[in-house]
Design a protein around this ligand. Structure first.
Ligand SMILES: [Zn+2]
Length: 475
């Protein structure tokens, strides 16, 4: 009887930290959301006051570590005094801001006067070291590289940028147990062959060409296995594993090599979340869960196999895909899938791919690809639209014309003598041509044709500007 009581009491103590599980963090996130960061386009001047404010808080230590190439301050924010050191750096690529938002929310959680008991317990077990917005000059103009046009993630060896020196110097001073390398990736990554956009991608980077696994890397794999399980609850099937090809100049790979269990987290894409506010919430949830898992050693219950079973990160997502459309061409009739994207994809799939406007980027069997918007066009015939012969003198004149009626008659191209406002082009269910411009003929990769979808002799939809437009709406 007494023994049972002792066991119950003991298990209560041992489970008290674990009890703060991911669901709780997910639920409380809104309370601690830093309201001043409301979209992706904030800069150093928005983030700096949030950091400097922490100087007056007794639980935080804020050190000015140095300056970026253009003289913007980079700070180390320290919280807790436990033996397990956790180092997190965000936005070494200036246009990858999601984790910076999540870290600002974590600061709010840690700085609040609520949940004191839980935080005290955590602070005894871990020391958190945050280096937010490592590349403030890049963030200023929303670009990947720093003011020298150096990709900081290829500067871990040569250390020519002051930002890289700071990042490495903090690691060397504290020799952290865990490191979180926080990025955003292309919206066009999918999880394996599932066709699902990747919300969060992970990697335990390799520390050598052979991609060997030592204790540090194994611990990173185990923690990722746990985090995968968490994200699966909120974004089922939308987790992937980044390629572990060794990059000798990258920070993640070198951090792992220098002895810190390093975890790469990439925020990807999520339907109807262009400003990545839901991904920010997921980020908050998994980072907070990580701190508690590291504090308790909970990650050790997970396996390398569970990590290895996470599907590969693969460029396989479109903005729009139209499946099984019958296309009539002079050469015959073919059943084709059409994939459209608004942005170019760089070879390595990083973000910052320029937006070039909607284009047809793939044709054929796209069954292993997915999209943010999908349409099954089985039973529809896809046809080229006609050009309305009149040339409009201004976009206002075109907008005020009876173009909606013309659409029903099969005209999907309108001529305009003058500049075409991008906003007009983007939202309209037709394509605007110059006075002499040729119509893009289908099939033509890289082009934006305005195609009609016909069923039983009736035009039902127009595919133009990378969107599907229901003709009923224009009757
Ligand atoms: Zn990046």
């Amino acid at each position: 009887m007494r023994l049972t009581l002792i066991l119950v009491v003991l298990s209560f103590f041992f489970s008290s930290l674990v009890a703060q599980d991911h669901q709780w963090f997910y639920e409380i996130h809104e309370e601690y959301r830093e309201a001043s960061l409301e979209d992706r386009f904030f800069t150093h001047s928005d983030v700096e006051p949030l950091i400097v404010n922490l100087k007056d808080h007794p639980d935080f230590e804020v050190n000015l570590e140095g300056e970026s190439v253009q003289g913007r301050s980079i700070y180390l924010v320290k919280w807790g005094s436990g033996p397990k050191k956790v180092y997190l750096w965000t936005q070494m690529h200036g246009n990858e801001p999601t984790a910076t938002m999540a870290v600002a929310d974590i600061f709010n959680f840690l700085a609040s006067d609520e949940n004191e008991e839980i935080k005290e317990e955590l602070a005894e077990k871990v020391t958190l070291l945050f280096l937010p917005m490592v590349n403030p000059d890049g963030a200023e103009v929303y670009k990947r590289r720093n003011a020298l046009d150096v990709d900081l993630n290829r500067d871990a060896q040569r250390l020519q940028s002051p930002e890289s020196v700071i990042l490495k110097d903090v690691r060397d001073r504290y020799n952290p147990d865990f490191g979180f390398n926080l990025h955003d990736q292309s919206l066009y990554y999918g999880a394996g062959f599932s066709g699902k956009p990747v919300a969060i991608a992970f990697l335990a980077p390799a520390y050598n060409q052979e991609r060997e696994v030592n204790k540090q890397r194994l611990n990173a794999m185990k923690l990722i296995a746990q985090l995968n399980e968490i994200v699966q609850e909120y974004a089922p099937g939308k987790v992937a594993k980044f390629s572990d090809a060794f990059e000798p100049r990258a920070f993640g790979d070198n951090m792992q090599r220098w002895g810190t269990s390093t975890i790469l987290i990439e925020s990807g894409g999520y339907r109807d979340d262009p400003e990545k506010q839901y991904l920010r919430k997921l980020h908050f949830t998994i980072l907070m869960s990580s701190f508690f898992s590291i504090a308790d050693g909970d990650f050790k219950n997970y396996s390398r196999e569970a990590y290895e079973s996470i599907p590969a990160n693969r460029i396989s997502i479109f903005d729009l895909v139209i499946r099984n459309a019958e296309v009539e061409l002079p050469e015959g009739t073919f059943v084709l899938d059409l994939g459209y994207r608004d942005h170019i994809v760089f070879g390595d799939g990083h973000v910052g791919s320029p937006e070039i406007g909607p284009r047809l980027v793939d044709v054929g069997d796209l069954s292993t690809f997915g999209a943010y918007t999908e349409y099954d066009a089985s039973g529809f015939t896809l046809k080229q639209g006609e050009i309305w012969p009149e040339v409009f003198k201004s976009s206002e004149e075109l907008a005020n014309s009876i173009w909606a009626e013309r659409l029903q008659e099969g005209y999907t191209y309108f001529r305009l003598d003058g500049p075409i406002p991008e906003s007009l082009q983007r939202i309209m269910p037709f394509v605007v041509l110059g006075p002499e411009e040729e119509r893009p003929e289908f099939p033509m990769l890289g082009k934006n044709a305005a195609l009609l979808m016909e069923k039983q002799g009736e035009y039902r939809y127009i595919v133009a500007n990378g969107r599907m437009h229901n003709l009923v709406l224009f009757r």
